[in-house]
Write a protein that binds this ligand. Structure first.
Ligand code: MG
Length: 215
């Protein structure tokens, strides 16, 4: 699937790639509509249908990933809602083994995420993987989500990486496409971002079923 001798830099997405996307799916599709509905005196179905157009408007923008934006839009502390369900935060299988393997191969290991800093902190606390990265970047600091090629330009201003010797693992097809447009050579999708959802069609991208395949 990948010739490691050609790779120097490994860019890794967080949610749905290293971490089970089930937490995020549950948070946005269950917890948030439920609690927002309770606050507004409506049931979860009604809350979902009212939230859907609001969510759609911001999709693939930085606001979509911004907890502060949603707290203001929905007039509630959105981050706080995650506390009740933080037990759902978990690593995908063989992530620790894979990260250790990359370290042994002496690769530059870089986290690149659209996740908000509060979620990053919570998820690092829960999973303890922070020490496995040489660098961690979130798109909020860059001012552009990964779906925008500008993100990769700003990343290149922050760390040295050569397109030819860089691999990106990401469960988001729009992100893989923007990285390809920028010129990153090796791109891999994730076949099962959520342990609780069906296999994902990764379209034109090869997909990793389990990091075990790469050990
Ligand atoms: Mg992701």
């Amino acid at each position: 699937m990948i010739d490691w001798t050609e790779v120097e830099t490994v860019l890794l997405d967080m949610d749905g790639t290293l971490l089970d996307l089930h937490f995020d799916d549950f948070f946005w599709q269950q917890q948030l509509p439920l609690k927002w509905g309770e606050m507004n005196g409506i049931d979860i179905e009604e809350a979902r249908s009212r939230l859907l157009p609001i969510f759609r408007k911001t999709e693939a923008s930085l606001s979509w990933y911004c907890l502060d934006y949603w707290s203001e839009q929905l007039q509630m502390d959105v981050f706080k809602l995650s506390f009740d369900i933080s037990h759902l935060i978990s690593l995908r299988p063989y992530v620790i083994e894979f990260l250790s393997h990359l370290d042994k191969l002496d690769k530059n290991i870089v986290l690149v995420t659209n996740s908000h800093e509060k979620f990053i902190e919570l998820k690092m606390q829960k999973t303890g993987i922070e020490n496995h990265f040489h660098h961690m970047f979130n798109s909020h600091d860059f001012g552009h989500p990964k779906e925008n090629t500008r993100f990769w330009e700003v990343l290149a201003e922050n760390i040295h990486f050569a397109n030819k010797s860089t691999v990106l693992f990401d469960d988001n097809l729009s992100v893989l496409r923007s990285a390809r447009q920028y010129g990153i050579e090796h791109l891999l999708g994730i076949a099962r971002p959520s342990s609780q959802a069906p296999l994902k069609d990764t379209a034109e991208f090869k997909a990793v079923s389990s990091f075990r395949e790469l050990l």
